[in-house]
Design a protein around this ligand. Sequence first.
Ligand SMILES: Nc1ncnc2c1ncn2[C@@H]1O[C@H](COP(=O)(O)OP(=O)(O)OP(=O)(O)O)[C@@H](O)[C@H]1O
Ligand SMILES: [Mg+2]
Length: 263
Amino acid sequence: MPSQTDTEPAIRFDNVEKRFGDNVVLHDLNFSVAKGDRVTLIGPSGSGKTTILRLVMTLEEANNGYIYVDGEPLTHEERGGKRVELKEKHKNEVRKRIGMVFQQFNLFPNMTVMENLIEAPVHVLKMSKADAIEKAKGLLEKVGLSDKENAHPLELSGGQQQRVAVARALAMDPEILLLDEVTSALDPEIVGEVLNILRDVAKETDITMLIVTHEMQFARDVSNRVLMFDGGKIVEESDPETMFTSPKEQRTRDFLSAVLGNN
Ligand SMILES: Nc1ncnc2c1ncn2[C@@H]1O[C@H](COP(=O)(O)OP(=O)(O)OP(=O)(O)O)[C@@H](O)[C@H]1O
Ligand SMILES: [Mg+2]
């Protein structure tokens, strides 16, 4: 492992291009996320926000360019001027450091809450089952679901399932946490319980977070940077206060007034 990693950003996109067929979703995208940064991605539907998170999670692969995690190439590296795909073993190693929470929870429906939480720590991190269970119990307490460890996901409310999903991501001790509209599928009255847990995670850890959300107050509370995307490009970037109160670009103003329903 290179020793300069402490000075490397947590995530770096270097001229990343992503296409689906002829549809170029990201064009030569460049940006970096420093370690410990909490970056919110905003922008209209189809602007590429989910695609960016899925690329970092290696659920998608770029068609061109490079993505680095803590200075290490994620799926491809440049070797002698050529773009070379890295081995699955390498991808798996880097992937271990990244957790993701999805809009639709994506828990394993046939497993209990406890089994969901220990699956990856035991099979991917090779943690002992006893240690994984102990850690999972601590996380379930944190998300207020100690009494649900033997329940199956479909026996839980949406808010409870999402709290399990957050605990499951944290069970891997990720360096990077990706949150893709994690409250969009929830009833309004339970959005807060999930956001409060994530506020605590932000406060109590130094996990780098990349967040897609329409919850602007949450974005203001948690993130230190906001990137506004349109058509797979960054159209504006600033601290949340500036972005949400005095955006420079007309496209940002139009987007925010549509989302916030004011102006
Ligand atoms: N698996 C896929 N196959 C084909 N096209 C896709 C796929 N995933 C995404 N796209 C396309 O990529 C573009 C960006 O989609 P993406 O899901 O990243 O947008 P988004 O900004 O997350 O939008 P939303 O706010 O609606 O979630 C869209 O044009 C979408 O149709
Ligand atoms: Mg999306």
